[in-house]
Write a protein that binds this ligand. Structure first.
Ligand SMILES: *Cc1c(COP(=O)(O)O)cnc(C)c1O
Length: 349
């Protein structure tokens, strides 16, 4: 058996999704004439209570276009030190937009408004960098799929407004946050100026993300998307997959969460220091191997010959991500393989 827990991006588009894709009406989206793209943009903007949306090939591009609308070259954005924007977009904010970044750290990525706000220096005058925006990631990927507190978001929003700062939400997995705590998508639309969402993670589309913002900023971002070479033509075949994903797959995410909880519980039973199942809120299980005589890369190598793939994201940090293509049998098999590998490693030690 092969169970790929490296990421929820590895899913194969299902037959039903491919059928919807094959039937999607299409047009030239650079001309704004793809009906399936247009309806997806309207649909997702409406879901989050934002004025407009822009379809992008990746979540990174959606984040980068959004940030670009909020922060000018030579100005800064604040973000958590292990956020995707800071660590996994290869310096795009600096490279493309001349934006600098300062970071705060948060346990398991769950931010406290005060930690972000103490860094903020809006209107810094002619000698120091001015803060223009703060980014929040929900759920937090490297934090282990953790969900952000709505109270902290409200506090951040209230203070940011007084300081004239904009807020961006990296909502690549906002769907998982919704399933975990039930906070409505529209609620986020009230507090964040720009939002990015991904259809290609837990929702299982082959690719596709959206950036949400005011009408004015979407018009501008559309120009930048083309400038970056991402003006797409009959891309409704992919937007069709996005519609299918929203129609069908949000409702399935709770299975991913249940399976992640199961994996965490089985691993905890063998090696309690690796993960506390109470901290596993969605579909990501972060494993802290620091207490063991085993690196994350070694652990991944032990599981691989048995067909179980996991990510080694740091020397001592491994990540397991459940998704649409892992069923209960795969979950049990992976739990067996991983716990047996841990038992061998513990005995060897
Ligand atoms: C996956 C992800 C993105 C976007 O990634 P792409 O691979 O560029 O689509 C953005 N933010 C977070 C938190 C992610 O996990």
């Amino acid at each position: 058996m092969r169970v790929d827990l490296r990421s929820d991006t590895v899913t194969q588009p299902s037959l039903a999704m491919r059928e919807v894709m094959s039937q999607a009406p299409v047009g030239d989206d650079v001309y704004g004439e793809d009906p399936t793209v247009n309806s997806l943009e309207e649909r997702v903007a409406e879901m989050f209570g934002k004025e407009a949306a822009l379809f992008t090939p990746s979540g990174s591009l959606a984040n980068q276009l959004a940030i670009r609308m909020l922060v000018a070259p030579g100005e800064e954005i604040l973000a958590e030190a292990n956020s995707h924007i800071v660590r996994a977009e290869l310096g795009a904010a600096a490279t493309f937009s001349g934006i600098t970044t300062r970071t705060w750290t948060a346990t398991r990525g769950q931010f406290l408004a005060a930690d972000a706000l103490t860094l903020a220096r809006p209107d810094s005058g002619p000698f120091l960098v001015s803060t223009k925006a703060i980014a929040v990631e929900n759920t937090h990927n490297f934090g282990g799929g953790t969900v952000q507190s709505l109270d902290e978001i409200k506090t951040l929003h209230g203070e940011a407004q007084k300081m004239g700062l904009a807020l961006h939400l990296d909502g690549a997995r906002i769907w998982n946050a919704y399933v975990a705590n039930g906070v409505e998508f529209k609620e986020y639309g009230k507090y964040f100026d720009t939002i990015s969402v991904c259809l290609s993670k837990g929702l299982g589309a082959p690719f596709g993300s959206l950036m949400l913002a005011s009408k004015e900023n979407i018009i501008k971002a559309r120009i930048w998307r083309k400038r970056y070479g991402s003006g797409m033509r009959q891309i409704g075949i992919i937007a069709g997959a996005g519609h299918y994903a929203l129609d069908t797959n949000i409702a399935l995410l709770h299975h991913d969460h249940r399976r992640a909880q199961y994996l965490a519980t089985r691993i905890h039973a063998i090696a309690p220091s690796l993960v506390d199942p109470k901290n596993v809120q969605t579909n990501i299980v972060g494993l802290d191997l620091a207490g063991l005589n085993l690196t994350a890369a070694e652990f991944a190598e032990m599981a691989k010959p048995e067909g179980v793939l996991i990510s080694a994201l740091g020397p001592n940090f491994a990540r397991l991500v459940t998704h649409l293509d892992i069923d209960d049998a795969g979950m049990e098999y992976a739990a067996d393989v991983l716990t047996q590998a841990l038992e061998r490693a513990l005995v060897a030690k």
